[in-house]
Design a protein around this ligand. Structure first.
Ligand SMILES: O=C(O)c1[nH]c(=O)[nH]c(=O)c1I
Length: 309
């Protein structure tokens, strides 16, 4: 297969996935993703111990250049998703996303994953920007180091982390130094650009209700930030730590660019929300066309091979 990847000894046929949060709230949505021959894996909505309804609506808004969301971590509860991923989906791996409303809750949930029958990949979301009063954990390097130190005392299954975008080389360096201390299966980079603000000039108002209109940015406009983060971490991280590239994918071109920067899998959020599951066939077709034009048989021939001047 020309499009393949391996994370934590788990093989993926194809390289496309949903971004956590999109088309992954219910078992039906997850099953629909897995049923698509163009989807390599499904990532669950980040889950918390308790069921959450999330922030008041409207909490999602799309505009030409992308999207803004302040969903507020709505989810059907950890047990619901652990039950689903623990069922046999042998035809495809499923990634379980776990949120951390607090260090103690995150650790408790990961202990339950460790003690469960689930043998797949868990992704610890350290970057939700929309829980009122809660900071994005991964912007606090000391706390991130502390949490990962605690977690890896007991967690022996494949574990990755969902990271927010960073914007400073000192932060790329500091975060990579921390991550390289742990046997992580992968990082997923980037989460939305936190706390953007979209203003509707006609109504002179913000467009989502939570947090006076502040929310995470996604879609086409975040591509350069997403690619920079994928590239920066690929250059800095231990090669055993794989990368799921997320952010700004609307066509095969951006999938190609993510791989060129070092991504092993590529996940899609805003555009998936817009176009639905049919998008994956389009993305895979476009990627293969680009590879044919360039004479690449497999993505291994160009993965991480971004040229510089
Ligand atoms: O508001 C959300 O539910 C949300 N929204 C995002 O853009 N990223 C996240 O990690 C989460 I947990």
């Amino acid at each position: 297969n020309r499009l393949h990847a391996t994370i934590a000894d788990i093989n993926f046929e194809g390289i496309l996935a949903n971004a956590s949060g999109v088309h992954c709230q219910t078992k039906e949505e997850l099953a629909e993703l897995l049923a698509s021959p163009y989807v390599a894996t499904a990532v669950t909505k980040s889950s918390t111990k308790e069921v959450r309804t999330g922030n008041p609506k409207p909490s999602y808004y799309e505009f030409e250049q992308g999207s803004i969301n302040s969903m507020g971590l709505p989810n059907n509860g950890f047990d619901y998703y652990l039950d689903y991923v623990s069922q046999d989906h042998s035809q495809k791996p499923v990634i379980l996303s776990v949120a951390s409303l607090s260090m103690t809750e995150g650790i408790e949930l990961l202990k339950r994953v460790q003690d469960s029958d689930f043998q797949g990949i868990t992704e610890f979301n350290l970057s939700c920007p929309n829980v009122v009063g809660k900071p994005q954990v991964a912007y606090d390097f000391e706390t991130t180091h502390q949490i990962l130190t605690e977690v890896f005392k007991f967690f022996k299954k494949p574990l990755g982390v969902k990271l927010p975008p960073y914007f400073d080389f000192a932060h790329f360096d500091q975060m990579a130094d921390i991550l390289n201390q742990f046997p992580l299966s992968h990082i997923n980079s980037v989460n939305s650009i936190g706390n953007g603000l979209y203003v509707d000039v006609e109504t002179e108002a913000s467009v989502i209700k939570p947090k006076k209109g502040f929310g995470g940015l996604g879609g086409a406009m975040i591509l350069p930030t997403a690619l920079a983060n994928v590239r920066a971490f690929r250059e800095r991280l231990n090669p055993d730590i794989k990368i799921i590239g997320t952010g700004g994918v609307t066509s095969g071109e951006e999938v190609f660019a993510h791989i060129l920067c070092g991504a092993d899998l590529v996940s899609v959020g805003t555009e998936l929300q817009r176009q639905g599951i049919g998008l994956f066939e389009k993305l895979q077709h476009e990627l293969l066309m680009i590879m044919n034009e360039k004479g690449y048989q497999s993505i291994d021939e160009f993965k991480g091979q971004l040229k510089t001047m």
